[in-house]
Design a protein around this ligand. Structure first.
Ligand SMILES: Cc1cc2nc3c(=O)[nH]c(=O)nc-3n(C[C@H](O)[C@H](O)[C@H](O)COP(=O)(O)OP(=O)(O)OC[C@H]3O[C@@H](n4cnc5c(N)ncnc54)[C@H](O)[C@@H]3O)c2cc1C
Length: 396
């Protein structure tokens, strides 16, 4: 597997490990380890982004031309895998990961010049405005209205489940500009400033007690047509490109799952139940499933390197990884027992000096269990992934 003979992947892996050992502070490792939901809290994520930016690694998928490291797929995979193993913050910067590549592919030169560098530095932080109260899995049903008014659009409606929207100063979103024809044909891709008059952000508290989510309300919000990406009513094509990019960017979840499995093994040991047959069986099953997930990730990467379409493998990986992540949190609950019950947000804040009720290792168990419920919904629910597998792989 050597698509680029000038890269020594062993040395590259070592370089990443050395960088992580030198730059991932204890606070950031704790933030990664204690992350309850799918994404680490903004304050730690953005710190990590700035450290990565200083190294030139803030945007693993970007080409050099735009300030990325210019890595190939195996390098991106190695980087993501090692970050996961090291418990780096689970950081999903939607500007860098999703909106940047869209601007590179569809944006005007002035848009590229203005937005892209600010994404890298963290000066601009972006929210993704796709889902609406009536449009999630069936995204094309979105109804947030953008009416043409001279050189502007007037936006009315709301977006929901908008991750980290209260920290974002910008949003990329899909809006409805026409109701004629098929529903996919009346959608437009827009960039907007979050401090525009008429935008209101309301937090939604998750079952794990985190404030990751928000609902964003738009009341006669005026956005210049110059902020459009691509053609009016051509937003579905842009959104599809973005989704393809999200699924096929050579990333890795197996490293992070392996780190959580290692944490779980530590918990099982500390609880003195490692010889118990239930835990031996449960951990062995996870180990086997995880090894097969790692092999599948590598296969997918080889396909990417060969320029082949990974097809439905993204859906299989997504489904398998959510199942595994959730299973690991369930075994944690079984191991720790009743000390998982107290809600202890203050004690599990990185660098906190608030003593824990019960053992320290019990602190992240329940928030993780609750937070991982989201993994089978985010980025396409398990049922949607199964639909894709049924159609594309099983031919049903
Ligand atoms: C952690 C997390 C972060 C998110 N961040 C963002 C964000 O930043 N920006 C954003 O725009 N959105 C975000 N979302 C929203 C996410 O994209 C939606 O939750 C997702 O697309 C599902 O949509 P929904 O919640 O409306 O559920 P629905 O689509 O209403 O689905 C409800 C249930 O019905 C099932 N279902 C629906 N259609 C089918 C079907 N055809 N066949 C079988 N079963 C079906 C689903 O699987 C689910 O169980 C986030 C979600 C999560 C969990």
């Amino acid at each position: 597997m050597s698509p680029n003979s000038s890269v020594d992947y062993q040395s590259f892996r070592q370089e990443v490990r050395t960088f992580l050992a030198e730059n991932l502070t204890e606070e950031l490792r704790e933030a990664g380890r204690f992350t309850a939901g799918l994404i680490s809290p903004y304050e730690y994520g953005i710190k990590w982004q700035r450290i990565l930016h200083a190294q030139g690694w803030a945007a693993p998928t970007w080409p050099k031309e735009y300030g990325g490291p210019g890595w190939d797929a195996p390098q991106r995979y190695i980087f993501a895998h090692e970050c996961g193993l090291a418990n780096a913050p689970s950081w999903s910067n939607m500007g860098v990961i999703l909106c940047g590549p869209v601007i590179m592919a569809f944006g005007r030169d002035d848009q590229k010049k203005f937005y892209l560098p600010r994404m890298l530095t963290g000066e601009d932080f972006w929210a993704q405005g796709y889902s609406e109260p009536g449009a999630g899995s069936d995204l094309a049903s979105l109804s947030m209205k953008a009416e043409s008014d001279g050189d502007d659009y007037l936006l009315n409606g709301s977006k929901i489940w908008t991750t980290h929207a209260r920290y974002a100063n910008r949003m990329f979103c899909l809006v409805r500009t026409s109701n004629a024809g098929k529903k996919q044909e009346g959608i437009t891709f827009l960039l907007l400033d979050m401090d525009t008059l008429g935008i209101r952000v309301e937090p939604l508290i998750t079952i794990a007690g985190e404030q990751d989510f928000n609902q964003v309300f738009f009341d006669d919000v005026r956005v210049s047509k110059r902020n459009r990406i691509g053609e009016e009513n051509g937003g579905w094509q842009v959104a599809k490109y973005l989704l393809e990019f999200e699924r096929n960017n050579g990333s890795s979840v197996a490293g992070r799952i392996r780190a959580t499995l290692e944490n779980l093994k530590g918990v099982v040991k500390l609880e003195g139940v490692e010889a118990d047959q239930f835990f031996q069986k449960a951990l062995s099953e996870v180990e086997i499933e995880l090894s097969s997930l790692e092999a599948m990730e590598e296969q997918q990467m080889v396909a990417l390197v060969k320029g082949e379409s990974p097809g439905a493998s993204g859906s299989i990986l997504s489904y398998k990884s959510t199942q595994l992540s959730q299973r690991i949190t369930e075994i944690g609950i079984e191991a720790v027992g009743y000390y998982v019950s107290p809600e202890q947000k203050a004690a599990r804040t990185p660098s906190s000096n608030i003593p824990a009720i019960g053992p320290d290792h019990a602190l992240p168990i329940m928030p993780r269990y609750l937070g991982q419920r989201a993994s089978s919904i985010a980025g396409g629910s398990d049922e949607i992934q199964k639909n894709i597998i049924a159609k594309s792989v099983l031919g049903l």
